[in-house]
Design a protein around this ligand. Structure first.
Ligand SMILES: Cc1ncc(COP(=O)(O)O)c(C=O)c1O
Length: 371
């Protein structure tokens, strides 16, 4: 394993050497908010996995998304964002960025004509998610990159749900990729981190924000991510296989109204998802489903699971179950929640690495009697 440099600062043999490193005249490390060998090693690996020139890491996915956005936009600029966006990103756009003069609007990015029509002269950034949360909406990133570039804007993509094992948005023409590395990159539910990957120029801008704001990932987190990435392939294959198995079980269950999973033939973007990643690996480890009986029934199912954990994250080794309307999307207005497709009866599952029969047994007993 690459060593863990668990240090804030680095010492030097002489004042001259320290001055040379500080001035950039000599290679070296002086302070871990700017650079650290372990975080640098993680940057090289994640940049390589995403097919980008460079990467920078953050203390969380939101730190990464904030830096990716503000590396591109400033006061007076507009962000056009997918309407099926992670709740935290939506609140960054509605609560914090407007205070700095950045406006946004939401659009259904599965409708490319609507995307074209929503672009304004001030639009500098289109923000998409490879697989949207929690409806698992799959976006055509190639088409979105083309539209963005035709209008002089850039495309940023949150690739958290897919991970670089399923999708590499930079190869589709995206300019920046952001991750909540808390999820599949770390993979074990034991860290919070984020990453941004892109060209030297854009990552340089994101690095400046990281140093100025101080939101860098800690060396221990970088080390854990390096370790997590060694099993990304094995984990993603198992997550995908288990999620497909659970989706197929749920779709047949009389107590289930509908299942959102790109691997199901009736998913609106099943063909696109199959072309882009389904045939190679699978369709991701997250699914959501609506139960008959509204919020009460959804809470009942969540309360009854025994193997799955009631927790709001995703990409862990364990299966996690949550209620988006009261967890990830709780800060959205009821109207915005409706646009996101987050109903009171919707349950999200991040399918873990357990044996599939155990997962199916758990959901069978949790859903028993629901019809
Ligand atoms: C798609 C997506 N992006 C970003 C984030 C934010 O990441 P973090 O919690 O690491 O800040 C999340 C968190 O759930 C997420 O699901």
């Amino acid at each position: 394993m690459f060593p863990l440099f668990q240090t804030a600062s680095f010492s030097f043999e002489s004042a001259e050497e320290q001055a040379a490193v500080a001035a950039g005249a000599q290679e070296g490390f002086s302070y871990s908010r700017s650079t650290n060998p372990t975080t640098n090693a993680f940057h090289e690996v994640i940049a390589d996995l995403e097919g980008g020139e460079e990467a920078v890491s953050f203390a969380s996915g939101m730190g990464a998304i904030h830096a990716a956005m503000t590396a591109v936009v400033g006061a007076g600029d507009h962000i056009l964002c997918t309407d099926k966006v992670y709740g935290g990103t939506a609140t960054l756009l509605t609560r914090t960025l407007p205070r700095f003069g950045v406006t946004h609007s939401l659009v259904d990015m599965t409708n490319l004509d609507a995307v074209r029509a929503a672009i304004r002269p001030q639009t500098k950034l289109l923000w998409a998610e490879t697989i949207g949360n929690p409806l698992t909406t799959v976006l055509d990133l190639k088409a979105l990159a083309q539209i963005a570039h035709e209008h002089g804007a850039l495309l940023g993509v949150d690739n958290t749900f897919a991970s670089p094992y399923l999708a590499r948005p930079l190869e589709d023409g995206a300019d920046l990729v952001a991750h909540s590395a808390t999820k599949y990159i770390g993979g074990h539910g034991d860290l919070l981190a984020g990453a941004v990957i892109g060209s030297h120029d854009l990552i340089h801008r994101a690095k400046v924000i990281c140093v100025d704001v101080g939101g860098c990932a800690a060396p221990l987190e970088a080390w854990l991510m390096l370790r997590g990435l060694k099993t990304l392939n094995l984990r993603m294959e198992r997550h995908c296989a288990n999620a497909l198995g659970l989706a197929r079980f749920l779709v047949e269950h009389p107590g289930v109204e509908r299942v959102n999973y790109p691997g199901l033939p009736n998913h609106p973007q099943h063909t696109l998802a199959t072309e882009r990643f389904g045939v190679m690996v699978g369709y991701g480890g997250v699914l959501s489903f609506e139960v008959k009986g509204g919020k009460a029934a959804a809470f009942q199912v969540i309360d009854r699971v025994k193997l799955a954990l009631r927790a709001g994250s995703l990409g862990d080794t364990d299966t996690l179950i949550s209620h988006p309307a009261t967890i990830s999307h709780r800060l959205l207005t009821p109207e915005a929640r409706a646009v996101s497709g987050v109903t009171d009866s919707l349950i999200r599952v991040s399918v873990g690495l357990e044996d599939l029969p155990d997962i199916l047994d758990d959901f069978r007993q949790a859903l028993a009697g629901l019809a």
